[in-house]
Design a protein around this ligand. Sequence first.
Ligand SMILES: *[C@@H]1O[C@H](CO)[C@@H](O)[C@H](O)[C@H]1NC(C)=O
Ligand SMILES: *[C@@H]1O[C@H](CO)[C@@H](O)[C@H](O)[C@H]1NC(C)=O
Length: 614
Amino acid sequence: MFGIRHAFRSLLSPHRNRLPRLIISTIIVLLFLTSLVEYHTGTIQRSTLPWFETDYDVPVTNEDERVLPKPPQPPSSPVWAERAEKVKQAFVHAYDGYWKYAAPHDELQPLSNRSRDNFNGWGVTAIDSLDTMLLMGLDDLYIKSLEIVKSLNFKEESPNKNGGYIANYNVMFFETVIRYLGGFLAAYAITNDQLLLQKADELAEALNPAFETKSGLPMFSLNIVTGKAYTASSGSLAEIASCQMEWAYLAHLTGKKAHYDKATNIQRILTTANISTIGMLPNRWDLTTSLPWDDRLSLGAGADSAHEYILKYYLLTGRTDPASLDLYLRTTDHILTNLLYLTPERSLLYITDVWSIEPKASHKLEHLSCFLPGLFALGIHSLPKSAFTNDRASTLPRHDLLKSYALYDLHLWAATGLGETCWLMYADQINGLGTEEVTMNYQPSERTHPKDWHVKGGHWINAVEEWRVSGVGGVPPGVEEKLPVKEDDPLKRDYKIRRKEYFLRPETVESMYMLWKATGDVKWRERGWAMFEAMEKHTKVDSGYAILEDAVISPPKKRDEMMSFFLAETLKYLYLLFKDDDPISLDKYVFNTEAHPFPIFSWSPTERRKFNIP
Ligand SMILES: *[C@@H]1O[C@H](CO)[C@@H](O)[C@H](O)[C@H]1NC(C)=O
Ligand SMILES: *[C@@H]1O[C@H](CO)[C@@H](O)[C@H](O)[C@H]1NC(C)=O
């Protein structure tokens, strides 16, 4: 750029001998223009990345209203760029193994160098990874992977290519949406390559029969060749309510009202559901009546991503639907007061499953639930302070306690304390890798009748209230920093390991990333790095990365699987955690639950008219 600016200055200078300078300057300008043309005619056009231009007015958070000061400039230490580079190398290692031994099948089996077709046989690892390759600048890998995209025909009956099963007749709606549809859409958002939009729309149309229930809530699976869905009377929350972002963004891209209607129907059912006695959206739903089916409340398997999509749908569609924000706040009110607990010894803050009508808690903490600190952090980062209103009427247990606090303080404390626990679930272990599930210790209060132990012993909000009333100041219980306990002693650790596997899952690094973005505290980055180093040490094999069957023995026991979400999510969030420049700003993009970023948009006046948006 210096050369160009200098050249222009010379052109304008009246005092020089102009001709030779004019010639040199012209050559420089021409060279620059040529390079621009080359860039734009290259195979991959990054038309929207990283500075997505939108035609519409995207409401952005008012800077003055931010809950937290803007994160400090990331430390300029070159160590972070090196770490991002290491993650990129890990991705290349994993993808090379997949490509060599498994493509175009779904997933690599990294110990036997075989492949399996466990997600429809359409090459899920390739499709799920397209946007990660683009973000990492791995254009060669991306271009060769497009061959798989081109070959896909979703409605075609495919022969069983691999001795495994091929599932065109048994397509799991939820997994197919978040991995494939999300993968196409995010890669489209980055490249504007029509092929990807076309595949996304074809896939959505092929999946549409799943919505043919009385309620319009999607069914678990369908035969995509015949278009016949398998009927079931109820569906799990995550499976019926983790597709609204995909269908809304696709409606925005294609102008199809039918797509919009599917997304908004689900959102309407959720936001208008009568949960006044349960407190939040329960795990199972009636696919005929669209009413809640049970009273189990969870942020783990079967429920998790639906709670994400409440806030993320609101953010993605330009914050124009207050009902979604209201549902997010009602939900988090209930999480803060009824689903968060504290262990007796170490004061570990954790999220668990509860039953609402005859109250009890499981005291299990799932790795899957460790997305929650990240969701709280995303809310803090994205919503203005004024959004954290605290005037919702409720007769639910402990909701009245919220009134003594600024609600955003509680959100920040929950994000931080849960992030601490989810990190410790890794840091405590001998191999530095967190397990699939633990059971937390809990201690009933002495005043509590034994029958109610599960209910009253250890609610976090009660401990916070005691802390507030005592006036001791400092950090609220559960939020303080703690040291890892390496000794495998359930009393010292305050939990027992319930499931020993480590599946290379993304939730904890996702939360480290969101917490880093929301708070600017470099400790989240350092913790993410420690997790990555442990993955390198204990899961890397010659042709990829293998999940662990037993993550708590030394050396750990590996299993012959490498899931696509390791490339789509785990490595992407790690890469973004260490990148100083921010290719995917949280002010401009929203990640779907498989870490596929969609650009934030607002409905245009034309769309409002056409889709009948109030
Ligand atoms: C799998 O491939 C790697 C090289 O990519 C090789 O080192 C390893 O021995 C192979 N494993 C088997 C079981 O063939
Ligand atoms: C919601 O459900 C509860 C319990 O089933 C019932 O008592 C209440 O009247 C319902 N509220 C509305 C607005 O339908």
